[in-house]
Ligand binder design. Structure first.
Ligand code: NIG
Ligand code: FE
Length: 407
């Protein structure tokens, strides 16, 4: 089994920037962390292992992007132009654009084309230290096309050095062939699509877009019932454009997270706290649709609801492939602190991701998945805009990404 001691590094093992070590070492054996701590305390048994010198760089857990729609075909720059001319996201959706236009492109794409286009969005995330990414379906909205999306998501996890968890989002929008028959479509989702895709092992969690232009509380609940019967964790796009009570409903189903949440009220926050749901905030979508309603940060803090930050990478509201940029936006737009945003892409994101056992925190016995940052202070991760800061990504103890420097 390969053994390595990574040394000459500054360590933020828990994702909590208030607890760090200035001169740390990490002993790795067979892809797992055997020991980590202050370098002078390195136990004698590791002293003769081969060494890797990180030259004073910072090490954090591999980042977790816990809410993405990064598998889709095409793009919606034309809609962006319409919005610049004054149309709102909701108006465009009601006129048959929006999600449904990406559905047309995704249905038409071959699996290979879908993989290639999606891989191009995954690569920049990996180059920024992301070692785990959640990927939703929801641009197929019929069994075969949803299957194609989820298969591509699985393949991305097999062919790239990143852990992928899939989320079935069949209840993302009403497909045109079901116009005026939303309940019939929900029945299709519940009775046919979700059972088939879950049986094929393609579904790790279930999401619903609960909104005026999405699905009602009652329809969302029908989907959650099926998920829970199959022991699949749920999550929800909730209170993004209006306050519909989705987060409280999701909490009743023990949701991993509720996401977006700009219009969340105190009752929703309290319900999330009671259920242990993570609040996933998506500053890219807030920014890109020029939302002005801020998510209720003070309430989330007061109730101590864990907060995660994610890209929401998607063609309509967040054409984003940088989690570091989301950290920056969460500080500037949402007034979150540096420790909050760092926890938001590590420990708290891993909870929302549904696997905090293996992701988001570094400790003995856990996978050696970490990011190496050429910065002097962790605050720089939220400070620089557009600067490549990640020098190396280590996954299972092996370097899977290294920035090549030429001078
Ligand atoms: O997270 N709100 C619903 N779903 C996506 C947007 C999808 C799209 O516009 O293509 C979101 O914002
Ligand atoms: Fe989303």
């Amino acid at each position: 089994m390969k053994q390595t001691v990574w040394h000459n590094l500054k360590l933020c093992a828990t994702g909590d920037a208030r607890h760090t070590l200035d001169d740390a070492a990490i002993a790795v054996e067979g892809g797992r962390i055997a020991w980590l701590g202050a370098a002078p305390n390195l136990p004698a048994q590791y002293a003769l292992w081969p060494r890797e010198d990180l030259r004073g760089a910072w090490v954090t857990p591999g980042l977790v992007d816990c809410h993405t729609h990064l598998v889709y075909a095409g793009q919606r720059a034309d809609e962006f132009a319409q919005r610049l001319a004054g149309a709102s996201y909701e108006e465009i959706a009601r006129q048959g654009g929006g999600i449904v236009s990406t559905v047309r492109a995704t249905r038409a794409a071959s699996e290979e084309a879908l993989f290639a286009q999606s891989a191009a969005r995954l690569e920049p995330l990996i180059a920024e230290g992301v070692t785990a990414v959640e990927i939703k379906s929801g641009y197929g909205l019929e069994l075969d096309a949803e299957r194609k999306m989820l298969r591509v998501a699985r393949q991305l996890g097999e062919r790239y050095p990143v852990t992928v968890r899939t989320t079935f989002l069949g209840a993302h929008a009403l497909p045109p062939e079901f116009a005026g028959r939303a309940d019939d479509y929900v029945e299709e989702v519940c009775d046919r699509m979700l059972p088939a895709l879950a049986d094929e092992g393609l579904v790790d969690a279930v999401d619903v877009f609960c909104e005026r232009i999405g699905f009602t509380l009652a329809q969302s609940e029908r989907v959650f019932e099926v998920a829970v019967r199959r022991n699949l964790p749920v999550k929800m796009h909730a209170e993004q454009l209006s306050n519909g009570g989705g987060a409280a409903l999701a909490a009743r189903y023990g949701a991993l997270s509720s996401d977006h949440l700009e219009f969340l009220d105190e009752a929703g926050v309290a319900a999330m706290k009671a259920a242990g749901s993570v609040a996933v905030l998506l500053p890219g979508a807030y920014y890109f649709i020029r939302e002005t309603q801020l998510p209720p940060l003070d309430l989330l803090r007061r109730y101590e609801v864990p907060i995660a930050i994610s890209t929401d990478s998607n063609p309509g509201t967040s054409p984003v492939t940088s989690l570091l940029l989301m950290m920056n936006m969460a500080t500037t737009l949402f007034r979150m602190t540096v420790p909050e945003v760092l926890l938001g892409v590590t420990r708290n994101a891993a909870r929302a991701f549904g696997d905090a056992e293996h992701h988001g925190t570094l400790a003995a016995g856990r996978p050696a998945d970490f990011a190496v940052w050429r910065v002097q202070s962790l605050a720089e991760l939220a400070y620089w805009i557009g600067r490549p800061l990640c020098e190396r990504v280590v996954r299972g103890g092996a370097t899977v990404f290294q920035r090549s420097l030429t001078a």
